[in-house]
Design a protein around this ligand. Structure first.
Ligand SMILES: Cc1cc2nc3c(=O)[nH]c(=O)nc-3n(C[C@H](O)[C@H](O)[C@H](O)COP(=O)(O)OP(=O)(O)OC[C@H]3O[C@@H](n4cnc5c(N)ncnc54)[C@H](O)[C@@H]3O)c2cc1C
Length: 423
């Protein structure tokens, strides 16, 4: 699979996938055919879009993907694919209203790593799980695939998390951390909440149990045949946690008024918003600042594919913006001073794509907050998030019911696919 972290490649991948985004996707999305395929550059999973790394990095937006899908399929045909895209938006909005879940994940992950330090048995079990040598063939295949390719099929992620928690009896936070460090699409909301969902913490009492017959069935088309998974747990008792996570009201920026960016301003591109096109800016920036912090996904080393994708995405976004707006670019490194970059350029204002709960917000907010207090930041948030997040209060069902009205309200009909989409 060609994982080049550019908008151009995202659009190319989208164009190749679109003919399958209707009924074919609904029928076949559960199959994990493995990473090796016959079509050069596309890998072995033609049944799913594999767009998640580009979506996570903001090289392409969810609205653009939905628009392009509806250009080729009716809402009914593409219902299943559209609904999956909304799962991503749902998880983001849900975590935004319960940021203590992210905070608590960071704390309990640190505690789990500390426990492991003092326990040789746990250390060995963790090393076997992450090194792909547990003896559960399917699990070991995915562990190696994740590290090598930086991507796992959705079903494989579910089976893997379930086996990690219920068969290997390892702390879920360590598994979620392993995913975050290696997935190109590693996302604070989708990852943390999916692990919690498998373990029974997201939908209270509901867990996901991996079964060998189900794994064999949905991996049957792999070039080496179905994956075996012997010795799996046959029950999945929900996990529990001491802390309660109350919901806090959303405080979202409104649509951006054109006069807010009338004066010269700097555009900040970051790990979750690496391209200017999905941001639909009302005016051209005078400077583009890039901040990529993939190494902060975890206190432990982040895998090469994930780190390179994240940095590459921001670098390619800066290059495209520099070309489109004929302006300079500057990197804001982890030990750099944003204020000094702005002073040097003589710029007051920064347009900053909204920072959802997660490590990018944790990393950038300490320097952005004082500027925001001085009224120097213009926050950018897309209409899709603004319309969907308020419904992401409980289970996905509430959001699912709103998909049609939201698409109608925002005029997402297929009439406005990304202007630079080929074909
Ligand atoms: C334990 C676990 C951890 C996960 N961690 C992440 C993560 O860190 N980052 C991430 O983006 N997704 C995560 N997912 C969700 C899902 O597995 C991936 O989004 C999906 O596999 C990406 O492949 P795709 O682009 O081919 O998806 P497609 O099937 O083509 O779906 C299209 C898009 O919809 C979104 N989507 C699809 N399924 C889901 C889902 N179940 N939840 C949320 N969004 C979805 C993705 O943005 C995806 O690109 C996780 C799922 C599980 C079970």
């Amino acid at each position: 699979m060609d994982w080049t972290p550019t908008r151009e490649r995202a659009l190319d991948r989208l164009a190749r996938f679109l003919p399958r985004a209707g009924g074919k996707y609904a029928e076949s999305r559960g199959y994990d055919d493995g990473p090796v395929g016959t079509s050069p550059g596309e890998g072995g999973r033609a049944n799913v879009s594999q767009l998640s790394p580009w979506l996570h990095a903001g090289l392409i937006g969810e609205t653009e993907v939905l628009e392009a899908t509806l250009r080729q399929h009716s809402p009914r045909e593409a219902q299943s694919f559209i609904s999956e895209v909304f799962w991503r938006v749902y998880f983001k909005g849900w975590l935004e209203q319960r940021p203590s879940v992210w905070e608590s994940f960071r704390e309990t992950r640190a505690a789990a790593f500390a426990r492991m330090e003092g326990n040789a048995g746990l250390r060995t079990a963790y090393q076997e799980a992450t090194g792909g040598s547990t003896g559960i063939a399917a699990f070991d295949t995915w562990a190696r695939e994740l590290v090598e390719h930086g991507y796992l099929h959705n079903h494989a992620r579910m089976w893997f998390a379930s086996i990690w928690i219920f068969s290997l009896k390892l702390d879920w936070e360590l598994g979620a951390d392993f995913f975050l460090r290696h997935l190109r699409d590693g996302d604070a909301a989708s990852n943390t909440l999916s692990w919690r969902w498998v373990g029974g913490l997201h939908t209270a009492g509901k867990t996901y149990l991996a079964r060998a017959d189900n794994i064999a069935r949905y991996t049957a088309h792999r070039p080496s045949g179905p994956l075996a998974a012997d010795g799996l747990a046959d029950e999945a008792e929900p996990l529990t946690e001491a802390r309660e996570h109350g919901r806090q009201p959303l405080d979202l920026p409104g649509p951006i008024a054109p006069e807010a960016l009338a004066e010269p301003y700097a555009l900040l591109l970051h790990d979750e918003a690496a391209h200017h096109i999905p941001l639909a800016l009302p005016a051209a920036p005078s400077l583009v600042i890039g901040a990529a912090r993939p190494e902060l996904r975890s206190p432990h080393e982040v895998g090469g594919p994930a780190a390179q994708f994240a940095r590459g995405a921001v670098a390619s976004g800066m290059e495209d913006a520099g070309r489109a707006f004929e302006c300079e670019g500057a990197w804001w490194e982890a030990d750099g001073d944003l204020g000094a970059i702005l002073d040097r350029a003589g710029i007051e204002r920064v347009a900053c794509p909204y920072l959802p709960t997660g490590w990018t917000r944790d990393a950038l907010m300490p320097q952005l907050a004082p500027l925001a207090d001085d009224g120097r930041i213009v926050w950018l948030l897309g209409d899709l998030a603004r319309s969907t997040w308020p419904h992401a209060r409980a289970g996905f069902f509430r959001v699912k019911k709103q998909i049609e009205p939201i698409l109608g309200e925002l005029g997402i009909t297929g009439a406005n696919p990304p202007a630079d989409l080929p074909g």
